[in-house]
Design a protein around this ligand. Structure first.
Ligand SMILES: Nc1ncnc2c1ncn2[C@@H]1O[C@H](COP(=O)(O)OP(=O)(O)OP(=O)(O)O)[C@@H](O)[C@H]1O
Length: 282
């Protein structure tokens, strides 16, 4: 998943969706999400999502799993209204996202992508982007929540350290923590998260997991899940295959079903690598 929030801001002119003439402000109550019979195609006659229906209750976590190319990222792109559905509807607290302003929609949703693209600017700027009105204390608090503050102050220029193309190169884990800090600062009611597939060292992974848990608790969360530990804790797992939800339920329910999810799980249990990663074969 690309860093949609940034991309959206950078490429505003090229974005394909417009506010409806009478668009209202999205009013968040429980922050529940409903996909109702959603169909979507990027190109004519090449359906990517087929009749997708699911509900994420306010404050709960839904994990989406499935083989590469099955449409997981596309679901999150539609929720962010990067594209409009071909048919069907997406509702947040009963309001069709097509009928609300994109500004109010995007304010309610925080995105933590798999590969964060940082601005060629300071670390402070990169975190501050989450909420531009935040003061220094709040920025530091967010960085602490994302377990990156100590790293930042160990740099000679601290929060003024330049990152990006000509600045300091950060590791994948550090970049993701900047994205988490940014999202903590934004404090959205809905979080879209694309878990990293690249393996990080165990300690880094544990720290990131802890800060993500903090970020997602009490927030409505949709996770493109690549970690076994994530799916085990999710209130709902959607198993996507070729744009169709083929199985849904909690981890235990899906194991009992003895279908695609169960076979994927079995494959994982039998693998010698024994790591915490979910793998689907096509
Ligand atoms: N901008 C685009 N234009 C045309 N086709 C696209 C576009 N983005 C994605 N697709 C196609 O849509 C399908 C679903 O892609 P999507 O990225 O949603 O899958 P995914 O399940 O997230 O895969 P992965 O796990 O590999 O990230 C793929 O066949 C992909 O090639």
């Amino acid at each position: 998943m690309m860093d949609m929030e940034q991309l959206y801001d950078l490429l505003k002119e090229e974005v394909e969706v417009d506010d409806a003439p009478n668009a209202t402000e999205l009013e968040i109550n429980n922050a529940s999400i409903d996909f109702k019979n959603v169909f979507f195609e990027y190109l004519p006659n090449q359906p990517i999502l087929k009749n997708i229906t699911f509900t994420v209750h306010g404050g709960e976590t839904t994990a989406i799993v499935g083989p590469s190319g099955s449409g997981k990222t596309t679901i999150t792109r539609l929720l962010f209204r990067f594209y409009d559905v071909s048919s069907g509807s997406i509702l947040i607290d009963g309001q069709n996202i097509k009928d609300v302003t994109q500004k109010s929609l995007r304010k309610a949703i925080g995105v933590v992508p798999q590969d964060t693209v940082l601005f060629n600017n300071t670390l402070r700027y990169n975190i501050n982007y989450g909420r531009q009105s935040a003061d220094e204390e709040q920025i530091i608090e967010a960085a602490e929540g994302a377990d990156i503050h100590k790293n930042i102050i160990s740099f000679k220029d601290g929060y003024d350290t330049e990152v990006g193309e000509r600045g300091l190169k950060l590791s994948g884990g550090e970049k993701q923590r900047i994205a988490i800090a940014r999202t903590i600062l934004k404090a959205p009611r809905i979080v879209l998260l694309d878990e990293a597939t690249s393996s990080l060292d165990t300690k880094t992974e544990r720290n990131i997991q802890e800060s993500l848990n903090k970020l997602c608790s009490n927030r409505t969360t949709v996770i493109i899940a690549h970690r076994l530990s994530t799916v085990i804790h999710a209130e709902q797992i959607l198993v996507l295959k070729e744009g169709v939800i083929v199985e849904r339920g909690r981890h235990d329910d899906l194991l009992k079903l003895d279908g695609l999810y169960a076979s994927m799980w079995q494959l994982q249990m039998n693998s010698i690598s024994g790591n915490n990663e979910l793998k689907f074969t096509k």
